[in-house]
Design a protein around this ligand. Structure first.
Ligand SMILES: [Zn+2]
Length: 254
């Protein structure tokens, strides 16, 4: 299985528009972060987790020809706003499967009503095939089983996803004990860490590191990073040896 970090930034991306913070002005390509998403590929399958406003650019950079589906973590715009740009995939493949909590599907129907329109649909609009994700109900993608993991983003429920020994958790602030059980024995865990200072709805760096320390994946990658986290190179130097700051276009193989 190959995992490609398409975007590793928080909701505004880095650089933030009009921002003169040194991290936003950094020349290091690892300090430039699109909105969070990953591409997961194995055999002939290609899936993305989340589809934010940078989706088009991410699909161009990854030279993706085919998309077997989109798994949504939650409905916030930095994770969903790119849905219209599935059009090239839809024109070639037909309805694109999407996987999400019922609440998220309802939100997408509201925001992208023309995609879900049944009568008099504009011929250029894409279509999707909805799959409801329920906690404690594993589902299948291609020949693999996906385990949804319930996590909390402040008061908002978010799905993390485990596939084999890999798990992807973004926009995390709290994970209940029974959900942590689903995250034992991982080779790679991706978890969000916004910045050093505390935040009401996101793990900060210390909280993410404590979570990693408890669950003991072989390796952990941090994502959903704000410009307030600091320069990639400096922060990476301070991390434990099995923890890495992810960066855009980092690719790992499991
Ligand atoms: Zn987010």
């Amino acid at each position: 299985m190959k995992v490609w970090f398409l975007g590793t930034g928080t909701s505004q991306g880095i650089p933030v528009i009009g921002c003169n913070d040194p991290v936003c002005l950094s020349e290091d390509p690892r300090d430039k972060r699109l909105r969070v998403s990953i591409l997961i590929q194995w055999d002939d399958y290609s899936y993305v987790i989340d589809c934010g406003p940078d989706f088009r650019q991410q699909m161009l950079t990854s030279k993706s020809h085919k998309l077997d589906g989109i798994l949504f973590t939650h409905e916030h715009a930095d994770h969903t706003a790119g849905l219209d740009d599935i059009r090239p995939f839809f024109f070639r493949q037909g309805d694109i499967p999407i996987y999400a909590h019922k609440r998220v599907l309802t939100e997408l129907e509201k925001r992208f009503d023309y995609i879900f329109e049944q009568e008099n649909k504009y011929p250029g609009a894409p279509s999707v095939k909805e799959h409801e994700v329920k906690n404690n109900e594993n589902f299948t993608l291609g020949n693999k089983t996906v385990i949804p993991v319930n996590i909390m983003h402040g008061n908002l429920q978010v799905f993390g996803y485990r596939i084999d020994d890999f798990a992807y958790l973004t926009d995390v602030k709290a994970v209940e004990a029974e959900e942590r059980e689903k995250l034992k024995g991982l080779k790679v865990m991706v978890v969000s860490a916004l910045r050093e200072a505390e935040h009401p709805t996101h793990f900060n760096l210390d909280e993410a590191l404590a979570f990693i320390e408890e669950l003991k994946p072989e390796k952990a990658y941090l994502t959903h990073i704000s410009h307030l986290m600091g320069f990639h190179a400096e922060v990476q130097n301070k991390l434990p040896e099995n923890v890495f700051l992810a960066y855009d276009n980092l690719q790992i193989t499991l």
